[in-house]
Write a protein that binds this ligand. Structure first.
Ligand SMILES: [Fe+2]
Length: 279
């Protein structure tokens, strides 16, 4: 296995290994250490059948079955496909999930939040549709001492129904989906359970601050979300088809960029592995 850093701070490209279900334990351990250290891993273009993606994800832990079951793919409820192609394989003009355009961390709207997310790019547009990452260890470390003190004990309430519908109102959660995923609170500053490092844990699913007037909490969340992104602590990935990206939701935020959904196709399939209750 070879690693090539993608930026001085965040991300590495992995080559020389095959993502098969029977990857040996020593190799997986080395890969997992690289995942903890670099936070974002990129694998060069290769064929990855859906079954292998799910099997690889299971090495990390329990794979989430997403509440929005309209996205389940290929007979695997663990796979979630985002596609703008219609039945005939033509771009429909409909962006499948505009919520992904804002900085967020996967599954923060659940009590047990996302650990790894593993995305395989099936079809990629010639421009746009990038995935950007920012380092949330660095986001915390660069806060002033007064900010750190101010947020040390605050908890944010994360709510998928809020983030899903507040900007565009398309494809809202059904009543049944909403009832299975009520809002949950998490610390704003969490300690990564494996590295022991502190990081900021917010993003677009965070709606308000527990025990603070709603508008004041909203303003604080928006301000911190903006403060979290530093150009030199960011990796912007321009996709090639058949690449795979793997990242640690506990210490990075990510977003997708827009693309011409009426004229270009973009299809990805995603697995999110469940992690732990943030502390
Ligand atoms: Fe995401």
């Amino acid at each position: 296995m070879r690693l090539r850093p993608l930026t001085p701070n965040l991300g590495a490209e992995v080559s020389g290994i095959e993502l098969s279900a029977d990857m040996d334990d020593a190799l997986f351990r080395a890969l997992y250490q690289a995942f903890l250290r670099h936070q974002v891993l990129l694998f060069p273009p290769h064929d990855l059948p859906p079954a292998n993606q799910v099997a690889f994800a299971r090495r990390f832990g329990e794979v989430q079955v997403h509440v929005m079951n309209q996205y389940h793919a290929d007979g695997y409820p663990e796979l979630y496909r985002l596609s703008n192609l219609d039945r005939h394989g033509k771009p429909s003009g409909h962006h499948p999930d505009k919520g992904t355009l804002a900085w967020h961390t996967d599954g923060s709207w659940q009590r047990v939040t996302g650990q790894a997310t593993i995305i395989y790019g099936e079809v990629m547009p010639k421009s746009g549709g990038e995935t950007h990452f920012c380092d949330m260890y660095g986001a915390y470390e660069r806060l002033s001492a007064s900010w750190k003190k101010r947020i040390a004990d605050l908890r944010a309430v994360h709510n998928l129904d809020f983030s899903r519908s507040r900007r565009h109102g398309e494809d809202p959660l059904t009543e049944a989906q909403r009832l299975t995923k009520p809002p949950v609170d998490h610390p704003i500053v969490r300690t990564h359970p494996e590295t022991g490092r502190k990081c900021l844990f917010l993003g677009d699913h965070a709606e308000y601050i527990q025990g603070m007037p709603y508008d004041e909490g909203r303003a604080l969340i928006e301000e911190l979300n903006a403060l979290a992104v530093h150009a030199d602590l960011t990796y912007e990935h321009r996709w090639k088809a058949r690449e795979l990206l793997l990242w640690d939701n506990r210490c990075v935020m990510h977003r997708a960029t827009a693309y011409d959904a009426a004229n270009e196709g973009r299809v990805i399939r995603r697995c999110t592995v469940l992690g732990e209750i943030p502390a």
